[in-house]
Design a protein around this ligand. Structure first.
Ligand SMILES: N[C@@H](CCC(=O)N[C@@H](CS)C(=O)NCC(=O)O)C(=O)O
Length: 205
C-alpha cells in the first residue's frame, strides 16, 4: 500500500487529492513546517534525501516529484484510462505529458520568486519585473488553453489538472488572480470536486 509523506501547506495536498480521486487505499504521515523558516522538518530526510514533499513509499519504491508521483499513481490505479490518454493516441498522449510537466517545469519558478519577494517586503529591481512578466505570460497561457472548457485538457478532468491547479492555487495564495476570473472559476470548480473536499478533510490542510 502507498504511504504518502505529506507536508502541510504546499503541493502535497494535491497528491492527497489525486489518491482520493482514484479511490486508492493509502496511509498518510503528516509533517508540519517550522513556523519561522517554513521549511520541512529534518525527519522528512529519513524518507528521501531531499527532505521534500510529496514523497510516496510503495514497497521498495521511494518516489519524489509530484508530476512523477501523479504518473505512477495513475499507472497503478487508473487502469481504465479515465484520467489520461493511452500512448497509442500519440498526439493526445504527448500533449497530456506537456501539460503534466509544464507546471513544475515552467510556472513554479516565477511564482516562487514572487513569493520570496513578497515575503521580503521589498520589490527587487531585477527579480520583481521578471517574475511579474513571467507569471503574466503563464497565467495568460493557461487561461487561453482553458478557453471555455472546464478542465485544462477540455471537457474531461485529467491528470494534468493536478499540477496546473496547484499553480493557480499558489497564485490565489499570493493574491495574483484579480485579473484572471477564468482561473478563479477553474480553481472553484476543482475545489468543488468531492475528492478535493475529502482530501482537505483528511490532510487537515
Ligand atoms: N519539484 C518538487 C518540489 C517539492 C517541494 O519543493 N516541496 C516543498 C513543499 S510544496 C517542500 O517540501 N518544501 C520544504 C522544504 O524545502 O524545506 C515536486 O514537484 O514535488
Amino acid at each position: 500500500m502507498i504511504t504518502l509523506h505529506h507536508l502541510r501547506i504546499g503541493r502535497s495536498i494535491f497528491t492527497v487529492w489525486l489518491l482520493e480521486e482514484l479511490g486508492a487505499e493509502y496511509d498518510m504521515t503528516v509533517y508540519h513546517r517550522d513556523p519561522e523558516t517554513m521549511r520541512a522538518p529534518e525527519s522528512l530526510r529519513s524518507i528521501h534525501p531531499l527532505g521534500k514533499s510529496p514523497v510516496i513509499v510503495d514497497g521498495d519504491l521511494v518516489l519524489s516529484e509530484s508530476g512523477a508521483i501523479t504518473s505512477y499513481v495513475l499507472e497503478k490505479y487508473d487502469t481504465g484510462y479515465q484520467f489520461r490518454p493511452r500512448s497509442s493516441d500519440l498526439q493526445a498522449w504527448a500533449t497530456y505529458n506537456q501539460w503534466l510537466a509544464y507546471p513544475e517545469g515552467s510556472v513554479f519558478a516565477p511564482l516562487l520568486l514572487k513569493m520570496l519577494v513578497l515575503r521580503s517586503g521589498v520589490d527587487h529591481p531585477v527579480i520583481s519585473p521578471f517574475s511579474d512578466a513571467e507569471i503574466k505570460l503563464h497565467f495568460a497561457h493557461i487561461t487561453e488553453q482553458l478557453g471555455d472548457s472546464p478542465y485544462i485538457l477540455g471537457d474531461s478532468f485529467s491528470g494534468a489538472d493536478f499540477g496546473i491547479s496547484y499553480m493557480i492555487s499558489m497564485g490565489e495564495r499570493l493574491g495574483l488572480l484579480a485579473d484572471y476570473p477564468e482561473l478563479v472559476e477553474y480553481l472553484n470548480r476543482i475545489k468543488a470536486r468531492p475528492a478535493w473536499l475529502s482530501a482537505v478533510e483528511k490532510a487537515v490542510e
